[in-house]
Ligand binder design. Sequence first.
Ligand SMILES: [Zn+2]
Length: 121
Amino acid sequence: MAGGLLVQHLAEGEEGRERLHVRLDHPEWGHVASLAVSVRHDELVDPALGLESLVWRLFHDEPEVRVEAGRPVARGCRCSIAHYREVVARFPEGERAAMRNDAGAIVVDCAFCSKQFEILA
Ligand SMILES: [Zn+2]
């Protein structure tokens, strides 16, 4: 079992506002970050401790805390042979020839899930 906590300063947008790196220096961000690092390892892997309870433990003294509806974590990748065929087709024939293995296929590894695709192009 593994657990983690990602705390992110959400930008309000850069258009007409301060640049994002300026907002990282906001004094409230340091306060929020110091509260976040106080989370204990056992809290992160406690299946009985819901997200809202964990957030309450960490930030209950703050004037406003919002919990957005989460989505379950799922393993998967959106890669497909059709996508990689399209990508490979964008290379000039000379480069595709250099990519081919002895069997005449171009083997592409998905950088996300490590699945291999053999493309005959
Ligand atoms: Zn993939």
